[in-house]
Design a protein around this ligand. Structure first.
Ligand code: SF4
Length: 953
């Protein structure tokens, strides 16, 4: 048996580095003859999800073309392995329908008429328009909205160099709920589980097959399992992940926190918790609950107060809420306690992203880590900030002075990220306008809920003045832009990335493969688009050049940030930007490079990745630096401060750095929640989701004994079913991913779409009977609060009864049959606005074979493009986190005689009304001291402190 090596070097398909300049393989097409082919292998970074795995591009020496992508064994996170989406990059770069040149709209918006333009014209047009906005003090009208970032820091730097609060992101349809649950505990807003060294792993979702940091995590979960770790999965769906589990807990959606708190109660009441850790490392002395104050009390009294507070979370209560058997809850809790400091878990989307209060499962899950002392330990839960490394460039602008309420409105002072799903509603309410809008690898018309409200916004030139889609692929959103600007795939651009994929810190360097190779041979390029296919560019050079176009003579103070650190006054090059970082900001890299006689940039171009350190555990226990200690003082609560700023905390008589929370400890009790008008959630809690069974019953005017009137009155937005919606009420799970598809960017990948191209509605056989004996393939009509969609049923026992599910990838569409827009994956549709805000979509034809330079497009055998369910979802902004709560309460019935597969109807007037109902649940700023949001909570592209005060900006 081959010896397993962590770096993947035992894998036979990973060529050794010394052979990367001339790697020989036999030509598969010449078989059975043995014809040698010679390749140069160039490392780069995959761009098909956030994980940033290492790719090796195989460049045929004879043709100069990239012919395939494999894993880079020198990449410390992916270790030579890839998921299906990594190698599929080859189909994206050779897609005959790809956008190769910058395009400018030539008819009305959304009319689909384009003419080719030049990058010079693009820079001139956008530079002049943005300059005018800045000169007229309208900086907040410039907005950059990102889907998949694929880089670290450079965009934040660019926007702060422009002095604007203009960064918008997709995070509020993705992960912001889980982030709040984590950051309230320890400031870091993401987990970094050490799966490989765990003894027990708990996953809330299908993380093993399609999770955040999918491939790097999946291989380590399996590594942990191979070493004996047990795996538990909480998911109402029998995913591939659940099928690998020792315990599958098919919890009813939104009840996960009840199960987790019941587990915590078992650990507490059976005295299986790590008392020393809890005592030393939580802010337990601040706890105030149920009339009990821990101030001046013993630790034992605190534990008794916690037991009283959580007494209702019996295994039987959790079973009633969730459907998970009480004995499974007890057994799992005991296994978690036995794993102790080697208990790892992951929660990112799934329950967190689906539910009202979806942040509570993260908060409750962390309680298990705190009780078991598995924070910062080998095999435990680590903080993302401890396992991610973002080096800084040569100089950085100051934070912007402005606060943009289109991004961080006062109603959601605790949202972790921008309230981007609400942008069309904000503009409809007259909160502002956008003069220049950049969408980058971002397709809200398709990805977001309420896509027709996005179309209404984008087609209105009063609301959005000039709109550019920076994208490697066509998309439904790009269709409504003024400019479509082609940006490169994984092998066509520079980016620097790091992720918290394992117990270590690393950086990965994405690079434009053809440019790098030709430059090795002495050819010179001014810009990457000169080496890429067509004139496909990269964002780094685009933003540098646009910044110069905005401020050509440097008088606005912008250009200085984009001048070379080596050649004063000259335009910064990408080599200089990254070369400086590698020389000066990455510990150990210059030395590692010098050992091989290379400059740091040459080293990164050669290997594509570098591991910075594996010294990552227990960073909270590091001693406060002596420079910080000198002149510091210890406050009454043990926090060590210097010049008014916290620098550490006293633990066991030593000044250690602790966590970046107000108490410098793990915050069991969140003073922030209490101070910001949510005192009932100062501790980890469970409360019912908007799709809870009691809410379903209430929506039908039949609340029943399960209803909780107090809760409903305070938190439950009322569901109002539109006229003509009929059928049984269910919870729809619309967000599970398929492991081989990329949200909205795999539509041009023939291999990936050949594997899967339909998204039927999963229905349990019990429910199929209730619906009148539905069979797989029957047409069902799914009513939401704002409309309906029609799709096929898939009857399966792989889903809990009472719940239906539909994968979120499929249902791509295009408005013109012949346009070369993702024909592998999209249906040609007829879209009509039949009344004000009333939209009807009907599929005219599905996918068909077509002729291109790629003979495979004639061989397309599938016709189903799926159904675009997201269009019929209203926004559901959680009143605390602002996260869109994806799960839908729906009514399902058999389709009628007039209904056809793929039909969609939406009334955006209703979607605006739903938005208003959810907004009414918020408790707006100001908070203490007139703040817009707590100062200690992180904010993307953070403005200067004065901007946090409502009366100062
Ligand atoms: S997990 Fe797959 S898609 Fe994501 S970066 Fe790795 S290879 Fe690419």
């Amino acid at each position: 048996m081959t010896e397993f090596k962590r770096d993947g070097s035992h894998l036979s398909y990973c060529p050794p580095v010394e052979k990367w300049n001339d790697w020989v393989e036999y030509d598969a097409e010449a078989w059975p003859r043995r014809v040698e082919k010679h390749y140069q292998l160039v490392p780069t970074i995959c761009f098909n999800c956030e994980s940033a795995c290492g790719l090796l591009a195989y460049v045929d020496k004879e043709t100069g073309q990239v012919t395939k992508f494999e894993g880079n064994p020198k990449h410390p996170a992916s270790r030579g392995r890839l998921c299906a989406k990594g190698p599929a990059t080859i189909t994206q770069i050779h897609d005959p329908d790809r956008i190769l040149y910058p395009m400018k709209r030539s008819g009305p918006r959304g009319g689909g008429k384009w003419t080719r333009t030049s990058w010079d014209e693009v820079l001139e047009t956008f530079g002049a328009r943005i300059r005018k906005a800045f000169q007229e003090n309208r900086g907040e009208e410039i907005m950059y909205h990102v889907g998949r970032p694929g880089h670290d820091f450079i965009m934040e730097r660019t926007l702060q160099a422009w002095g604007i609060d203009g960064h918008n992101s997709h995070t509020n349809v993705c992960s912001s709920s889980a982030r709040l649950g984590y950051l309230l505990w320890h400031y870091a807003d993401r987990p970094s589980p050490d799966h490989a060294n765990a003894r027990f792993i708990l996953l809330l979702s299908a993380h093993l097959e399609s999770g955040h940091y999918f491939n790097p995590h999946a291989q380590r979960i399996i590594e942990g399992k191979m070493a004996g770790a047990k795996l538990a999965v909480m998911d109402p769906r029998l995913s591939n992940t659940a099928s690998m589990a020792d315990y599958w807990m098919a919890s009813y959606p939104g009840t996960e926190a009840a199960v987790l708190l019941a587990m915590a109660m078992i650990i507490l009441s059976e005295n299986r918790f790590d008392a020393t850790f809890v005592k030393n490392w939580t802010n337990w002395e601040e706890l105030e609950v149920d009339g009990f104050s821990a101030r001046g009390q013993s630790f034992e009294a605190l534990i008794e107060a916690l037991k009283r507070h959580y007494a209702k979370f019996t295994p039987e209560f959790a079973e009633k809420e969730s459907g998970v058997k009480a004995e499974v809850i007890v057994k799992t809790a005991r296994e978690i306690a036995a794993a102790g400091s080697r208990f790892a878990s992951h929660l990112w989307r799934g329950s967190a992203s689906g539910n009202l209060g979806g942040w509570q499962p993260a908060r409750a899950l962390m309680l298990l880590h705190v009780l078991t002392g598995s924070v910062g330990t080998p095999g435990g839960h680590n903080l993302n900030a401890w396992n991610k490394f973002v080096p800084r460039p040569f100089k950085n602008p100051s934070p912007q002075k402005r606060w943009n309420e289109l991004l961080y409105p006062r109603e959601w002072p605790l949202c972790t990220h921008e309230m981007s799903p609400l942008l069309p509603h904000f503009l409809k309410e007259g909160r502002g306008r956008i003069d220049v809008y950049f969408t980058r690898v971002f397709n809200p018309v398709w990805t977001y809920p309420d896509g027709f409200s996005w179309i209404e916004m984008l087609r209105d030139e009063e609301k959005v003045g000039l709109d550019a889609a920076l994208t490697p692929t066509w998309s439904e959103t790009a269709w409504f832009a003024d400019y479509v600007l082609p940006m490169g795939f994984s092998s066509e651009r520079h980016d620097l990335m790091s992720q918290e994929s394992y117990a270590g810190k690393w950086i990965g360097f994405r690079q434009p493969v053809l440019r790098v190779l030709q430059e090795r041979e002495g050819k010179k390029f001014d810009y990457t688009y000169q080496a890429n296919p067509g004139e496909v560019w990269e964002e780094d050079e685009f933003w540098i050049n646009l910044s110069w176009a905005i401020d050509p003579d440097g008088s606005m103070g912008i250009r200085q940030w984009f001048e070379s650190p080596y050649r004063p006054g000259q335009k910064l090059t990408v080599d200089e930007y990254y070369g400086w970082i590698f020389e000066n900001s990455v510990p150990g890299l210059p030395e590692a490079a010098a050992k091989e006689g290379l400059k740091p940039l040459e080293y990164m171009r050669k290997y594509g990745a570098y591991e910075v350190t594996t010294d990552v555990y227990k960073q909270n226990e590091k001693l406060v630096a002596s420079a910080d200690l000198s002149g510091s003082k210890v406050e009454a609560n043990g926090v060590v401060t210097k010049e008014g700023k916290a620098v550490g905390v006293m633990v066991d008589g030593q000044a250690v750095v602790g966590y970046s929370t107000p108490s410098r400890k793990l915050e069991l009790f969140s003073r922030t929640m209490a101070d910001w008008k949510w005192p009932e959630f100062a501790l980890p809690e469970y409360y019912r989701s908007h799709i809870h069974r009691s809410a379903q019953a209430a929506s039908m005017g039949n609340p029943g004994e399960d209803c909780d009137p107090d809760f409903d009155k305070r938190y439950m937005p009322l569901v109002e079913w539109p006229k003509n919606s009929n059928g049984e009420v269910y919870t729809l799970l619309p967000i599970f991913r398929l492991p081989h598809l990329i949200h909205t960017r795999s539509g041009n990948s023939k291999f990936l779409y050949e594997i899967a191209h339909k998204n039927p509605l999963w229905v349990n056989p019990v429910d199929a009977q209730k619906l009148g004996g539905v069979h797989t393939g029957d047409l069902l009509k799914v009513h939401t609060e704002i409309g309906f969609f029609v799709l096929h049923a898939w009857v399966t026992e792989g889903l809990a009864p009472g719940v239906v599910a539909c994968s979120h990838h499929m249902g791509r569409w295009r408005l013109n049959k012949e346009d070369q827009i993702e024909r592998l994956s999209s249906a040609w549709v007829d879209l009509k606005e039949v009344g004000k805000g009333q939209w009807k979509m009907r599929q005219t034809s599905g996918v068909e074979a077509y002729e291109t330079t790629d003979p495979d497009t004639k061989r397309v055998w599938w016709s189903d493009a799926g159904v675009h369910q997201n269009l019929s979802f209203p926004v559901h902004p959680d009143p605390i986190t602002g996260m869109h709560c994806w799960h839908q309460m729906v009514r399902v019935e058999r389709a009628g005689a007039g209904d056809r597969y793929g039909d969609i109807f939406v009334d955006t007037n209703l979607s605006f009304a739903v938005y208003q109902r959810w907004k009414a649940l918020t408790r707006p700023a100001p908070g203490p001291g007139g703040l817009r949001r707590p100062l200690w909570i992180p904010r993307v592209v953070r403005p200067e402190e004065a901007a946090f005060y409502m009366d100062k900006t």
